[in-house]
Design a protein around this ligand. Structure first.
Ligand SMILES: [Zn+2]
Length: 210
């Protein structure tokens, strides 16, 4: 099964994509993860993409993203299918993807902006053990200190609220046209924040008809 996952930053796409990938036994291809790895590995493309674009809340240009995705989809494990998370983001990318791939379903996770902002801008990590927290949904017991190490929790620069809002605006402007483009095979599941990730996944399975 060849799937595309659409949803705003903070729609919980990563969590659901992993569940879908496990259930259907297909690779989860996250462009965000690919970019973070390329930046951490200090590749030329990775550093450029971070410093000029995603580190500032801007979209990475189509040619850079396409190059990265095409290399990944050419690998053997993608023959039986894949789930794309964070790609395509623009009509140019969608049309380029359509040239070599037949997409079975486009899954759109619809989420209110306020929930997306809390999920991302609320994230904190321990500066010592890297344990994840969220000041709204999973706060530490004491102030802004890790429960285990008592070290200060930190926020990733691109998780700051003004950057998150900018990412959502960029998303709306660039990605919403994709929903119209894929109107014939789009499946919409609404996440209002009341369902557990497992319950939301049950809804998704049902919506995909498997
Ligand atoms: Zn810690």
């Amino acid at each position: 099964m060849k799937l595309i996952l659409l949803g705003k930053p903070g729609a919980g796409k990563g969590t659901q994509a992993k569940k879908i990938a496990d259930y259907y036994n297909i690779p989860h291809i996250s462009t965000g993860e690919m970019f973070r790895q390329a930046y951490a590995g200090k590749t030329e493309l990775g550093v450029l993409a971070h410093d000029k674009y995603w580190g500032k809340g801007h979209l990475v240009p189509d040619d850079i993203t396409l190059k990265l995705v095409e290399e990944r989809l050419a690998k053997g494990d993608c023959k039986k299918g894949f789930i794309l998370d964070g790609f395509p983001r623009t009509l140019v990318q969608a049309k380029a993807l359509d040239k070599n791939n037949t997409i079975d379903h486009v899954l759109y996770i619809e989420t209110p902006d306020s929930l997306c902002i809390q999920r991302i801008a609320g994230r904190r990590n321990c500066s010592q053990c890297a344990k994840d927290y969220n000041i709204y949904f999973n706060p530490p017991k004491k102030d802004t200190l890790c429960d285990t190490c008592n070290q200060q929790l930190v926020q990733r620069p691109d998780d700051k609220e003004d950057i998150v809002k900018q990412r959502i605006i960029v998303y709306e402007n660039q990605t919403q046209p994709l929903i119209a483009y894929y109107q014939n095979n789009i499946v919409t599941v609404t996440d209002n924040g009341n369902d557990s990730p497992d319950k939301l996944f049950q809804k998704i399975k049902k919506a995909l008809g498997k």
